[in-house]
Design a protein around this ligand. Structure first.
Ligand code: SAH
Length: 361
């Protein structure tokens, strides 16, 4: 899919995705059009996978012309598209201000999961992560978050559907709740992608106030917390933002999330060889989490140039899992997807930046 197809002819600055159904209805009314037209347009956007206004062939031509003048379908365009051997697909989207974000579609037998980004860059500075290497540029708007889901939706065959969303791409989702929450709401409704909150996972570096804010909403999202270490000195080395937060505060906010939503919290743990993967680390982690309704998701380190962190050997990973399991803490090792296309977040954007920088020189 090329950018031209998705944004078809219009240079209009405003993205249709910036409008709620109510706002679209108000615009339709202003134009003197019949009220039901807004639902038709909504259907083309969220269910019939339209890539241009011209495709909306049950709308009068005059209305299609008005839409083309007033709106762009999406607030960005696909500038790179890669397909891996396991059919994982990754798109790089150029936003209207020239910034880039990434989004990944992962296929498994009975689920199609989309991984979305919430910010351009990231301020958290986790030492093994590509997304934060050049700091935070800005938050994404709701429309810019939504367009990732809708563009990924359009990569699929007619008989495929998005079944799950993971907010695990570039950025810290809880630092952009005003952008994220309306986007997630938009895809939950039946007239849209119909994805219930239980099929959506929000991954956070662990911002306790924001976790509590999310808990207060009482929506049954899955929460994943990037713990990566069982004690504060080690965690602060790996996740520098921990310095002013601390694991205890994070766990207490996670407990509140579980109480308010009834959803078991997942703790992510990127295994870095020789850094946080010892038997002692595993025992400490088990002690921290046993007795909690928790699940540990061990993530194999994806290599990021020029960083030198490495993935532990299989023997070491298995030993870590069995220590957790013997202590009654359920743990799984995350499967790798799309390895041959750098599907791990942040890498394509960094490469694009390098290419652009070289071209400028
Ligand atoms: N900022 C959020 C969400 C984005 S990152 C968070 O911190 O959770 C999603 C997950 O991928 C996080 O657990 C993050 O630590 C992990 N991750 C980042 N870079 C990685 C890498 N190079 N290899 C493996 N996992 C990585």
């Amino acid at each position: 899919m090329s950018g031209d197809e998705t944004n078809a002819i219009s240079d209009a600055p405003r993205a249709l995705l910036d409008l709620t159904l109510e706002e679209l209805s108000a615009w339709i009314k202003e134009q003197g059009e019949q009220g039901f037209r807004s639902k038709q347009i909504w259907g083309w956007l969220y269910q019939k996978r339209a890539k241009s206004f011209d495709e909306m062939n049950d709308l009068p031509k005059s209305l299609r012309a008005k839409l083309t003048t007033a709106f762009r379908l999406f607030p960005g365009e696909v500038v790179r598209h890669q397909i891996a051997k396991d059919r994982t697909e990754k798109i790089l989207i150029r936003l209207n201000d020239g910034e880039h974000v990434e989004c990944v579609l992962m296929r498994e037998t009975s689920r199609n999961t989309v991984c979305i980004s919430t910010q351009v860059g990231c301020a958290m500075g986790c030492v093994f992560c590509a997304s934060g290497m050049q700091g935070l540029k800005r938050n994404l708007s709701t429309a810019e978050i939504l367009q990732q889901l809708l563009l990924a939706d359009r990569l699929q065959d007619a008989d495929e559907k998005i079944t799950n969303i993971v907010v695990m791409g570039i950025g810290e989702p809880l630092a952009n709740l005003p952008g994220l929450l309306p986007a997630l709401k938009a895809v939950q409704s039946e007239e849209s992608l119909g994805l219930g909150a239980r099929r959506i996972t929000i991954s956070t570096v662990g911002l306790p106030k924001k976790i509590r804010e999310l808990a207060q909403l009482g929506i049954q999202y899955n929460l994943a917390i990037s713990l990566h270490a069982p004690n504060d000195p080690l965690r602060t080395k790996i996740v520098p933002t921990n310095k002013n937060i601390g694991i205890e505060e994070i766990l207490s906010a996670a407990d509140e999330f579980f109480e308010k939503t009834g959803r078991r919290v997942t703790f992510e743990y990127v295994m870095l060889s020789g850094v946080n993967d010892s038997a002692e680390n595993a025992r400490e982690l088990a002690q921290l989490l046993s007795g909690r309704m928790a699940h540990v998701n061990l993530i194999p380190m994806n290599s990021v140039e020029p960083l030198e962190f490495a993935e532990p050997s299989q023997v070491r990973k298995d030993a870590f899992v069995s220590i957790l399991e013997r202590a009654g803490v359920p743990a799984t090792i995350r499967k790798r997807k799309g390895e041959d296309i750098d599907a791990a977040c942040g890498q394509l954007r960094l490469k694009e930046k390098t290419v652009v920088a070289l071209e400028v020189k």
